[in-house]
Design a binder for this molecule. Structure first.
Ligand SMILES: [Zn+2]
Ligand SMILES: [Zn+2]
Length: 113
């Protein structure tokens, strides 16, 4: 059990979000990630959003971990594949789901008119 889960267990109303501070390296890491991963994880559009697969408030130690990051083009792909349609939730299988959908798009049937 990590310290944040422990604190939540001891005092459920404790605002863990306020306890950990965002790193001043985040902006740099975010830009670097977009440079190395210019495409949305789901479709083939340009990535603009860098999302944390495990949210910062759950595990702040993964804030700058590139394995915990994924890039999305826009809000629709971000909220669906990153947050399962609710900003307060998150998708632990964000990478697998995105790869699967991207393959589906790449291999979609041709439209025959
Ligand atoms: Zn997100
Ligand atoms: Zn996209």
């Amino acid at each position: 059990m990590n310290i944040f889960k422990l604190l939540q267990f001891i005092a459920p109303t404790f605002h863990i979000k306020d306890q950990a501070k965002r790193s001043n390296q985040w902006n740099k890491i975010r830009k670097q990630y977009l440079k190395e991963h210019p495409q949305c994880a789901v479709c083939f559009k340009k990535a603009k959003i860098v999302h944390h697969i495990t949210p910062f408030h759950i595990d702040p130690s993964k804030e700058l971990d590139p394995n915990n990051l994924i890039g999305f083009c826009e809000t629709q792909h971000h909220i669906l594949f990153g947050h399962l349609m609710h900003w307060k939730s998150y998708n632990e299988k964000g990478i697998e789901d995105s790869i699967h959908m991207k393959n589906q798009i790449a291999n979609r049937p041709n439209i025959v008119i």
